[in-house]
Design a binder for this molecule. Structure first.
Ligand code: HEM
Length: 308
């Protein structure tokens, strides 16, 4: 009695709801194989995803490290989604989630140098020739993390941020996002192939995604908390930590990696995506800041220089 009949009743109820016979499902259970680790985690699929274009061993490292980064991006997006969809979130849960997201970014930041210090510069500069014109610039999940973290205005290219009409169309805002600078000649409007194919593949998806997140991004969610919660010391500290980790620490780890591989003997090589990467990648130029109101004027002025 007790728990046995309780679970049977619950099962009966579950299948009744969808017009299914419990007996049939129990029979299925009788024949189904027990689960094991490798099937559950999809190990075979996972370990077969490293398809190289050359036979340099370090190309596998390069692919795997990108794949690890994309998996962490997915975990980050999943946490942000939980904040966005929670209509009764309070300062404690908000802080907890932001810190978890930050820890994922901490992993991304510290692991960059682990990859960088092991992967051969010589091999990289050979296999990268087979990747042109692909670039991490085309990571849609990274763009989604940004869209889900702040309002569009904070992602507008620094040169246009103060003058752009805040109520302008999404299309106009999109054309002035900071990352357009990596692949667009603003005078002629001509886009590089890397940027053009990226938009062809993802622009529609970004529009759908942004429709929800323009009101539910982390910054808007924070501002919709009661005034008292917005002053919560732990929450403000967590928000600042996240902003700095993504927009300075990760960006600098990435920039230093690019310098390591693409600036040899003081001579700068073109990136696979073709941007003017030295200027484009350094945080002091773009000053991307998700939560600008949480920083002082001086901290913003110093962004990406001596803020660390
Ligand atoms: C050897 C390692 C790497 C080098 C040398 C490198 C270099 C670059 C360069 C030069 C750019 C500027 C765009 C271009 O012209 O291509 C870029 C953009 C980008 N890369 Fe990497 N990268 C590396 C690893 C990674 C990894 C592991 C990720 C993780 C997914 C990544 C994600 C990105 C993203 C998201 C952008 C766009 C950043 C932005 O718009 O500010 N990169 N990378």
């Amino acid at each position: 009695m007790g728990s046995d009949s309780k679970i049977t009743n619950q099962l009966e109820e579950k299948y009744q709801k969808i017009d299914q016979d419990l007996e049939d499902h129990l029979e299925g259970l009788l024949y189904s194989k027990p689960i094991n680790y490798w099937d559950y985690i999809q190990i075979d699929a996972l370990l077969n995803l490293q398809i190289t274009r050359t036979s340099f061993p370090d190309e596998k490292v390069f692919i795997m490290y990108h794949q690890i980064s994309e998996l962490l991006f997915k975990m980050i997006l999943s946490e942000i989604e939980q904040i966005a969809e929670n209509d009764s979130i309070d300062a404690v849960i908000f802080t907890d989630k932001i810190m978890r997201i930050s820890r994922y970014f901490d992993v991304l930041t510290s692991s960059f140098s682990i990859m960088k210090d092991g992967m051969s510069i010589e091999q990289y500069n050979k296999f990268r020739q087979t990747l042109i014109p692909a670039s991490g610039f085309q990571s849609a999940q990274y763009r989604k993390i940004e869209f889900a973290s702040t309002e569009l205005i904070n992602l507008i290219d620094k040169r246009f941020r103060d003058t752009i009409d805040r109520n302008s169309s999404y299309d106009n805002a999109f054309e002035h996002l900071y990352w357009q600078a990596a692949g667009k000649d603003y005078k002629t409007g001509k886009k590089t192939y890397t940027l053009a194919v990226f938009e062809e593949r993802y622009k529609e998806e970004f529009i759908r995604f942004t429709k929800f997140y323009e009101k539910n991004n982390l910054w808007s969610k924070f501002k919709s908390l009661p005034k008292e919660a917005q002053k919560d010391k732990d929450l403000v500290k967590a928000m600042r930590h996240y902003d700095l980790t993504v927009n300075v620490k990760w960006v600098m780890a990435h920039y230093n990696t690019a310098v390591h591989y693409l600036n040899i003997g003081g001579k700068t090589t073109d990136a696979t995506g073709g941007s003017e990467w030295v200027k484009y990648m350094h945080p002091k130029y773009q000053k991307r800041i998700f939560f600008p109101d949480l920083w002082t004027k001086k901290e913003i002025e110093d962004w990406g220089t001596n803020i660390l």
